[in-house]
Design a protein around this ligand. Structure first.
Ligand SMILES: Nc1ncnc2c1ncn2[C@@H]1O[C@H](COP(=O)(O)OP(=O)(O)OP(=O)(O)O)[C@@H](O)[C@H]1O
Length: 945
């Protein structure tokens, strides 16, 4: 659906400017490839707030919006476990800070909404805005510092804490203001909103009475209520846990800065040497800073000549004193700002141990070009270039390089690379920052020296304006001319060491950070800024970026006005057209074959999953009919357009839901099994308890029953009787309690204890009842302990009993087996005897000697006995689960065995006799027959004896 917006954006810029004009009634947001374009409506158009957040979270809304970008970042973090960043760029006044605020609002809500940390994160924005934002000619609420907020989450995506990184606050604004601009909001808020008590303590006046505020001719902002905002600021300071004492100190220093600006100097000699005028301004400033007027005067009106070998102290000239005063004011303010950022970070630290990933939101000062651009503008625009390079690198360079190295069929998209402009700033020795540092380190150097030096080194890249000692830089966002006046002083930004010592003694609470003091000695402003910027970009490099480009629809900050050229210029400079071109053919989703196959292999039948990741990936794509033009297979990764990935994700979701359901059912089954096991254990325990009780009460039972196990039915009956008995006892106890309650005071109606019915005569009865109850409780406790002890003993008995049981079972089995073996062996012997006898019969028939009766009788006897023994043995086995104990059964078996042995002996004897009779009868008939008869007998005798 985003694709439908892209041609609109292109048309807007070329042929259909009315499209934007029509849509300015609302906060138009649209996608240009992977970038969200957010057009500043310059009016609250109410497409934000908790309802809209919910709609995006629940996917009821999915149209392009900053909430959709934040949602994608959050979901990507949760799914891939990778840190994310939302990079918001655009010109000053484009709406970056408002957009960042909306993104934070969403991310806070997604990460658990109402937690303490979430509230603090939102409140910290109010403090940073009051102390770091100001009205400029381009924006009534311009951020004068760079800001990166990391929101930390745990593995479940719940907010754990946050950290605010800041980048160089524009300090010149404290003492110098351009026409119609304001200093930092907090000064105006304090002057408008302080309570009378606070005013007295701070000797506070209205803003017009302070020179640092009134010189620009702008004290109020249309539709902005400073007093109301002061209340919000105080609330936020409280919410962040900044103590009352610290708050007082903060406002004291702010008031001191304002009074410092009002300090004037008196010329004391012809050489223009000065001293501080002792008036309300100097007295107030000294009191608020916690020093004497005399010390403040020394700090402002003397300087050490460091070039002289003896560090000679000199009286300052008027200009020197003014510069020192302003430098002190700026130093105090920036130290205060750093202290506040540290305090905010302490408060947002939260639960660092559980932090696993984060989302960073970058809101930098936007590209700006004012009437007289100085070092501040140069650094702001340099930061903007660095950020643009990050954008170019991720959206054009890295992606295209990757397609090439992965062997993807790809037509290269040309883009404007701003690396050249970056080199102009960053190059060692010949870059603007290096040259500025080099010149600043020379004590005699002036701004003109700097101008000449850059002319010498960079004449081929820069255009120069000799009249203004200015140079022009061709930025990606437009040409800017910088006037070198003030560059060296601003870059050095040094305070006299004596002044640092002085400040440390009076506002030490806010100069805790060693870096405040030492860095000013070591690093120039330019180098420090460059280093901080590098660290920031490094942080961003370690995360997956989501880009938002803010567009300023007109220069007048008016709602409903569209200036085509301004918009077109912003779209062109920010590389939106190349991005759109690229997004037509790019593959927004890429995964290694390993990642792809392990994520989606659940969509394949089990037997197809064991192949290599590439084959699995191909199988998945084929199985789900993914169109070949929507993906490409690289050497190590698979590249996909948006549609196939959403199709596969949908299928995966269905499979996962199904799996969870099955798992839940299994889990429920296991719980059921466990319950059954529990109830069996309870049954067994109650049986054992019953047995134990019977033993204790000497219930007389048949000797065989004493060790015999109960049958299942018997057990059930016992348990049933027990439960009925327990129920009966419980009912009895309950009615006893009821009777007791009837006699106790009535509390049911009033809900309170009413003792009105208790007469003095009742008291002894009640006391004795209570005593009785106490005794009863004690007794019960003792018997409970006993029972527990007994229970343990019983458990042990059961365990032993079970062990004996299984032992007996093994024995029984072996007796049974022996019995079976003997019977079958006898059967075999008899069968052999029968066979031989039959052969003998036939021979007897032939010879006339017959013994059929004897053999028949023997055979019948054998059958009869076998039947008897079998029946007896079965009868014993049949009683196994009935009423006979195992030992009894074994005894019976032994008895049968003895009988069997006796019979066997007798039978053998009979067999032998019969044999000898037969042998005698047939003696003369042949030796071979005799051998034949002996052979079966021999075998039988061998086996049986
Ligand atoms: N989404 C929005 N809804 C309503 N008004 C907005 C919105 N975005 C910006 N504005 C208006 O535009 C002004 C400038 O916006 P913002 O301060 O966010 O710009 P910026 O890009 O951060 O500027 P800078 O770089 O100077 O800090 C805001 O003060 C506000 O009045």
């Amino acid at each position: 659906m985003y694709a439908s917006y892209i041609p609109c954006v292109l048309n807007v810029c070329n042929c259909f400017p009315y499209y934007f004009e029509c849509n300015l009634a609302m906060h138009l947001q649209t996608m240009a490839g992977p970038i969200l374009l957010a057009i500043n409506p310059f009016k609250d158009v109410s497409v934000s707030g908790s309802d809209v957040i919910t709609a995006y979270r629940e996917k009821i809304l999915d149209s392009p919006h900053v909430y959709a970008v934040a949602d994608a970042a959050y979901n990507d973090m949760m799914r891939d476990g990778v840190n994310q960043s939302i990079i918001i760029s655009g010109e000053s006044g484009g709406g970056k800070s408002v957009t960042a605020k909306l993104a934070i609002e969403y991310l806070v809500e997604a990460g658990g909404g109402n937690s303490d940390i979430a509230g603090k994160i939102l409140q910290s924005g109010c403090i940073l805005e009051a102390f770091g934002n100001a009205k400029t000619s381009r924006n009534k609420n311009s951020s004068r510092f760079g800001k990166l907020i990391d929101i930390h989450y745990n593995i479940k995506g719940i907010i754990q804490g946050a950290y605010v990184h800041t980048l160089l606050l524009e300090k010149s604004r404290i003492s110098q203001l351009n026409r119609s601009e304001r200093s930092y909001h907090v000064f105006y808020q304090m002057c408008a909103g302080a309570t009378s008590d606070m005013r007295d303590k701070l000797n506070l006046r209205i803003a017009t009475e302070y020179k640092y505020l009134n010189k620009s001719g702008c004290l109020k902002i249309h539709e902005v209520d400073d007093a109301q905002n002061f209340k919000k600021l105080m609330e936020a300071l409280g919410a962040l846990g900044i103590s009352h004492e610290d708050q007082e100190r903060i406002f004291k220093l702010l008031a001191a800065i304002l009074w410092l600006g009002n300090i004037s100097f008196e010329v004391t000699d012809l050489e223009n040497h000065v001293t501080v005028m002792t008036d309300e301004a100097s007295r107030s400033a000294a009191r608020l800073m916690g020093c004497k007027v005399k010390d403040l005067s020394v700090a402002l009106c003397t300087n050490k000549n460091q070039s002289a070998s003896d560090d000679m102290v000199q009286i300052s000239t008027l200009q020197q004193a003014i510069d020192t005063r302003d430098a002190l004011a700026k130093f105090v303010y920036t130290s205060l700002f750093s202290w506040l950022v540290e305090a905010i970070n302490r408060s947002l630290k939260g639960n660092k141990e559980h932090t696993t990933r984060s989302i960073s939101i970058l809101d930098m000062y936007g590209f700006e070009s004012v009437q007289k651009n100085s070092l501040e503008q140069m650094l702001i625009n340099y930061a903007d270039e660095r950020l643009h390079q990050h954008f170019v690198r991720h959206l054009f360079k890295l992606e295209q390089e990757e397609y090439e190295s992965e062997g993807i069929d790809w037509k290269k998209v040309e883009f404007v690379d701003n690396q050249g402009c970056l080199n102009l700033f960053e190059k060692k020795t010949t870059g603007l920052i290096s040259i500025l540092d080099e010149v600043s380190n020379t004590s005699e150097a002036t701004d003109l020296t700097f101008a000449n030096k850059i002319k010498q080194h960079l004449s081929s890249t820069l255009q120069f304006n000799n009249e203004k000692a200015a140079f022009k830089v061709r930025h990606y966002a437009g040409d800017v001319q910088y006037e070198t006046t003030g560059f060296i002083e601003k870059n050095r930004d040094t305070l006299q060491p004596d002044n640092i010592v002085f400040l440390s003694s009076c506002c030490k609470n806010f100069l805790t950070s060693e870096s405040d003091v030492s860095d000013t000695d070591k690093q120039s402003v330019g180098t420090k800024f460059k280093d901080q910027l590098f660290k920031l970009i490094q942080r961003l490099e370690g995360s997956k970026p989501h880009f938002i480009q803010c567009i300023r629809p007109n220069a007048k900050q008016l709602h409903g006005m569209y200036e085509k050229d301004i918009v077109l210029q912003q779209l062109t400079c920010s590389g939106i057209f190349e991005t759109v071109k690229m997004s037509k053919s790019r593959y927004p989703k890429r995964m290694t074959h390993q990642e792809f196959s392990s994520r989606f292999s659940c969509l394949l039948p089990e037997n197809s999953r064991c192949h290599d990741p590439l084959s699995v990936s191909v199988a998945i794509l084929q199985q789900y009919y993914i169109q070949p033009e929507t993906y490409q297979l690289g050497f190590t990764k698979i590249y996909l357009r948006a549609e196939p990935i959403s199709v596969l994700e949908k299928f995966r979701q269905q499979v996962m839901e199904g799996t969870y359901k099955v798992q839940n059912n299994c889990h429920r089954g296991r719980v059921r099994d466990f319950r059954e096991l529990m109830s069996s254990a309870v049954t067994l325990q109650s049986f054992v308890r019953g047995e134990n009780t019977r033993k204790r009460r000497n219930v007389v039972r048949k000797p065989s029953d004493q060790v015999a196990p109960r049958s299942l039915d018997h057990l059930k009956a016992v348990v049933h009787i027990q439960s009925v008995t327990r129920g009966w006892l419980a009912r009895g106890h309950y009615s006893h309690l009821c009777r007791w309650k009837m006699s106790a005071p009535d509390t049911s109606k009033t809900g309170r204890k009413s003792y009105s019915k208790v007469t003095p005569e009742d008291l002894p009865v009640l006391h004795s009842n209570v005593e009785e109850l106490k005794k009863l409780v004690k007794k019960l406790e003792v018997s409970l302990t006993q029972k527990e002890h007994e229970n343990n003993e019983l458990k042990e008995q059961v365990r032993q009993f079970e062990a004996r049981w299984s032992e007996q079972e093994v024995k029984m089995k072996s007796v049974e087996e022996t019995w079976q073996r003997q019977m079958s062996s006898l059967q075999k012997s008899l069968a052999a005897a029968k066979k031989t006898l039959t052969a003998d019969e036939s021979r007897d028939e032939i010879s006339g000697t017959q013994n059929p009766d004897v053999v028949d009788r023997l055979s019948k006897e054998f059958e009869q006995k076998r039947q008897n023994f079998d029946d007896d043995a079965r009868a014993i086995i049949g009683t196994k689960s009935g009423h006979m104990s195992y030992s009894k059964q074994i005894e019976e078996f032994k008895r049968i065995k003895d009988r069997f042995e006796m019979w066997k002996k007798e039978y053998k004897h009979q067999l032998r006799e019969t044999r000898s009779k037969i042998v005698k009868g047939v003696n003369g008939e042949g030796a071979s027959d005799k051998r034949g008869k002996q052979s079966w007998w021999g075998k039988l005798s061998k086996r049986r004896q």
